[in-house]
Design a protein around this ligand. Structure first.
Ligand code: AHR
Length: 323
């Protein structure tokens, strides 16, 4: 079974993968992909599945890694426009500062599809956006915490994603709004871990020091699994038990978080499918071959996984899928 079919099964995205809907499909089309970088396991998987899906469809994919810098993304996009590509995929590192380059793409009649993150720009500047409902992801994580701790006092520390990125803004909003309904749950510290494992560990070490060696912390909410895995290491280094002394809830559902669940060290993760390319290519196929305008927002699922959901099986199903 190829990588794309495996992703479709894992993420339940089969219905969105009818990429070869039109006779000509995307065979021979040149599509530029401005990727953020490789800050997380999830990001690596998104890159792998996009390349695999493009190869399967016969797309000539021009890939540009921006190494976390918006200026690199803008440069790459201008390069794609100069080459006269058929379409552009962008995973935007931050939400603001896109109007000018998106206007340039529009004036060149090149459709743009946003992947996994949103932008603060007029909606007519891009064809569609394939992403999760990131506010909902935060709310699902918050609801899980509420249902787990009930009305017991619970001090939460929050490790945020990249400053100014749509998932950091929205996952914070969704979680904060959900737990605000329960006065006994309080977010005592919040800091960016930049979506990386090493920074997640560093930030958690600081939280532990500041909160009585970690004894005052009831739960850590990390905006992605990689930062949660880093936080788990920091908790263990401090002589505490992650998953028991400090609850761990995060977002992505990458294989490493399922390993942590198997070890009893992580409690919940909200899934984000790395297969944004399937729906994106399906939308581009319909648009380029038939003029069909897709919905402005194509929203992927946000399923909650806990240790009750066969974490070993979920690990086995995901490992080797590009994470
Ligand atoms: O935009 C999606 C987020 O970016 C993922 O949750 C995170 O792992 C990645 O870095």
């Amino acid at each position: 079974m190829n990588i794309i079919k495996k992703f479709a099964l894992v993420a339940g995205m089969g219905a969105l993968l009818s990429s070869a809907a039109y006779a000509d499909g995307l065979q021979g089309k040149v599509i530029g992909f401005s990727q953020i970088g490789s800050e997380s396991g999830w990001r690596a998987a998104e890159t792998s599945v996009t390349k695999a899906e493009a190869a399967e469809l016969g797309i000539d994919l021009k890939f540009a890694d921006a190494q976390q810098k918006q200026e690199n993304q803008i440069k790459a996009i201008r390069g794609f426009i100069a080459q006269g590509v058929d379409a552009i995929l962008i995973a935007p590192v931050v939400a603001t500062g896109w109007d000018e380059v998106l206007t340039e793409a529009k004036e060149a009649n090149i459709p743009v599809v946003l992947l996994d993150r949103g932008v603060d720009a007029p909606e007519d500047l891009y064809l569609t956006s394939v992403a999760s409902d990131q506010v909902k992801e935060g709310a699902v994580a918050g609801q899980w915490l509420i249902s787990t701790v009930g009305d017991k006092p619970c001090k939460v520390v929050e490790i945020e994603g990249t400053v100014g990125s749509s998932p950091a803004i929205n996952r914070k909003k969704g979680f904060d709004e959900a737990v605000a309904a329960v006065p006994t749950i309080t977010i005592v510290r919040s800091q960016t871990g930049e979506f990386t494992r090493s920074k997640g560990k560093e930030v958690m070490e600081g939280f532990i020091k500041a909160e009585n060696g970690g004894k005052d912390i009831c739960a850590v909410y990390a905006h992605n699994d990689d930062m949660a895995v880093g936080a788990i290491q920091a908790i263990k280094d401090a002589g505490l038990k992650p998953g028991t002394d400090i609850l761990v809830v995060s977002i992505d559902s990458v294989p490493d978080i399922f390993s942590a669940m198997v070890a009893g060290e992580a409690n919940a993760s909200v899934e984000l499918t790395p297969n944004m390319a399937g729906p994106a290519f399906a939308a581009l196929d319909a648009y380029l071959n038939n003029g069909t305008i897709p919905p402005k927002f194509i929203i992927t699922e946000s399923k909650l996984y806990t240790p009750a959901d066969d974490p070993q099986g979920e690990y086995d199903r995901r490992k080797g899928l590009g994470y």
